[in-house]
Write a protein that binds this ligand. Sequence first.
Ligand code: NAP
Length: 301
Amino acid sequence: MNKFNKIAIIGIGLIGSSIALKAREINIAGEIALYDIDPEVREIARELKLGRVYENFAELLRGADLVILCVPCGAMEAVSQQIAPFLKAGTILTDVGSVKGEIVKILTANAPENVFVIPGHPIAGTEQSGPRAGFAELFDGRWCIITPINQSEEYLAALAKLSDFWTSLGSKIELMDPARHDLVLAMTSHIPHLIAFCIVNTAEDTETLSESEVVKYSAGGFRDFTRIAASDPTMWRDVFLLNKDAVLDILGRFSEDLTALRRAIRWDDGDVLFDVITRARRMRKEVIDAGQDSEKPNFGR
Ligand code: NAP
């Protein structure tokens, strides 16, 4: 296991606190340094003994050889600008943001040239947020997608070190092009969340149904949408706005498929309906066989 002298984690929510807990458990760094914009969150992090909590970037980043941005995607721009003067030469600067294309642009534009910018995204999460939601096993058996942006020998050595870090946390590593990441995640995560947010609002706005009826009989399928729809509004607003192109692309295809289903129901076309449901069922089996079922607490996002 490659050890770091000082890991600095910025943003102590679900993901930041989970990284800190696991890093502490496996003793992968001389120091785990933490910062969050919210003073209350910093106090909770101290109480949970997640690491050493700092009050400013200058002290947080002094001597840090791995810096992990765990803030909402919409905060990456401001944070990367604020930390730039304090990053030491040779530091690995990474992030965990759910969108990669725009974040690659932001980090490379703001980081000093002598820093290794290696963006990443652990495909693990829950609908909870904040420092108390974190747990050390969050990344166990989950993919971590890393989107390298350079091929130099030194960069590849830093990439190997970062990959080793995520493997030590329990993740499996996949290297991917940022645009590919954004398209894949639009399909597997962003659109499913959008549909969940939408359908829960539809239920709330349908005047012919009372809220108590919807809640009482939610086990019919609606319940599973409410779990996904309970996710953090800031995080998801940022994801949809920063991954606009891929989200709109997949949403367009989805709308066409939905229209085809509407037509099949209207025209009593049972064969089309049967075929669509059969194909969907097969996909569920593949997901379970791949060990990616949501029965585990750390489902991917
Ligand atoms: P979270 O629980 O809401 O935590 C984010 C923390 O960052 C909050 O305490 C927030 O404070 C703080 N923050 C916001 N702006 C900041 C700034 N400028 N400087 C320092 N701290 C700041 O969020 P999360 O679920 O851990 O998500 C963090 C990142 O991981 C996001 O980029 C998300 O896309 C990515 N991700 C999330 C999941 C998931 O399932 N949740 C999975 C994979 C990746 P305030 O609350 O005061 O704003």
